[in-house]
Ligand binder design. Structure first.
Ligand code: GLC
Length: 411
């Protein structure tokens, strides 16, 4: 099997590095995504741990530099004005947010990245410096986004997988693709701005209030990581709060999102479950200790060649969905193409929830796909060919799978 050379990973991360007064981060792709993105930076930090843990720390501290007073971590941070066409479009983009960062968030990978950096560095002083940021972010999610069933809601498509077919049902966006869809997304932000981003008003408007399975799976992993970190710091009370929140969110996922008949998890809104077949519904496999029959049902879907068991998995939508598409347009990101970050979560969790070979096989397909084609934004699930943005940062997570095979616990 081909492997990913460390030098290539290092060349990519250093090549995409943006540094200046008060910031240091890896741009997801110089060609297409020059700014800093929240979960991208968390993934980059996890990979930096193999190369230079100080860079990992800086990447995470740069995110904290723009944490909002209430604890929110923005999904996009603007540090520089890029050159070329992207630079020309920049004022338009920034005007949508009216500031130097965005007003929405992204899946909470942050506590996981902090935990990983601490595991590798053992730097307790650093941990003490960033832990309050982890705590206030999780408290913000609970306060502003918490739902009675213990889950949290996302308020905008860009807080999850931008254009997943799930949103077609939530938003009635059928056939609305391309610039029309993007305009609609910006209109949603404008509407939220008018109500001062007040979560109660946003819930009343109910344009896009979704208990997303992907976001919530990562939320639970984040709470459990924060719980361990607080415990290690002698903050038992805080750890207890996170433990209870994680337990409630796990119950919420089972109660509100699991569908017994389908043997699958679906996103939920005020109108009930959104029965769309995407990789989002497989994400609970990333949770250690998923109820055994549920894990088995998900693995059956994962391996079914008519659904997710394609030659270069995991397609972001099931082949059987009428909305499955391998289009590589900029508003067709998550409608069928395979992504390394999803595989990374699934392979790690599968090691805890399924026979060993299942996790191993997904990890090795992912590594091979990246070793052969390089670091692309997404990959064709039939041929493994890369597409979208080149030199894409978080596809280096395949290197993390290679160096830290799922199932081999270091702790
Ligand atoms: C795309 C992805 C988003 C990611 C960003 C930068 O918009 O959908 O999740 O953070 O690119 O890579």
């Amino acid at each position: 099997m081909e492997t990913i050379p460390k030098e290539k990973v290092e060349a990519l991360l250093r090549g995409n590095l943006r540094q200046g007064p008060g910031y240091s981060y890896v741009a997801p792709s110089l060609a297409r995504y020059p700014h800093q993105w929240l979960w991208d930076s968390c993934f980059h930090a996890i990979v930096w741990c193999h190369l230079d843990v100080e860079m990992a720390k800086r990447e995470l501290s740069t995110l904290l530099a723009k944490q909002r007073p209430g604890g929110m971590l923005p999904h996009m941070l603007f540090w520089e004005r890029p050159g070329g066409l992207l630079g020309a479009l920049d004022p338009l983009l920034r005007s949508q947010w009216k500031g130097d960062c965005s007003t929405i968030t992204q899946p909470p990978v942050f506590p996981l990245a902090v935990e990983r950096v601490f595991e590798v560095s053992g730097d307790r002083g650093w941990l003490r410096g960033v832990l309050p940021g982890v705590v206030s972010y999780l408290d913000w999610l609970d306060r502003e986004r918490g739902e009675p069933d213990g889950l949290v809601s996302i308020f905008h498509p860009w807080e999850g997988l931008d254009d997943t077919p799930i949103w077609d049902h939530v938003l009635g966006l059928h056939r609305m693709r391309g610039p029309r869809m993007v305009r609609w997304f910006f209109r949603l932000l404008k509407l939220y701005r008018r109500v001062g981003y007040d979560p109660a008003r946003i819930r009343e408007l109910d344009r896009f209030v979704v208990r997303d399975v992907l976001f919530n799976t990562i939320y639970i992993l984040g709470l459990e990581a924060a719980m361990r970190l607080c415990d290690g710091e002698g903050e038992e009370e805080r750890a207890g709060v996170f433990r209870r929140r994680a337990e409630r969110a796990r119950e919420g996922l089972e109660g509100s999102c699991w569908d017994e008949e389908a043997g699958f998890y679906f996103d939920a809104t005020s109108r009930g479950k959104v029965r769309e077949w995407t990789a989002v519904g497989l994400m609970p496999l990333a949770l250690p200790g998923l109820p055994r029959p549920r894990a088995e049902a998900l693995v059956r879907h994962l391996q079914d060649p008519g659904e997710f068991g394609l030659p270069w998995p995991v397609p972001s939508a099931a082949r059987s969905s009428p909305r499955f598409s391998k289009s590589t347009g900029v508003t067709s990101l998550f409608r069928g193409l395979s992504w390394v970050h999803i595989n990374w979560f699934l392979a790690r969790g599968l090691a805890e929830n399924a026979p060993r070979e299942v996790a191993r096989s997904l990890a090795s397909r992912t590594i091979e796909m990246v070793a052969r084609g390089g670091f692309w934004e997404h990959y064709d699930p039939d041929t493994g060919a890369g597409s979208g943005a080149s030199g894409f940062g978080w596809s280096t997570l395949a290197f993390d799978l290679q160096e830290r095979p799922p199932g081999r616990r270091e702790r």
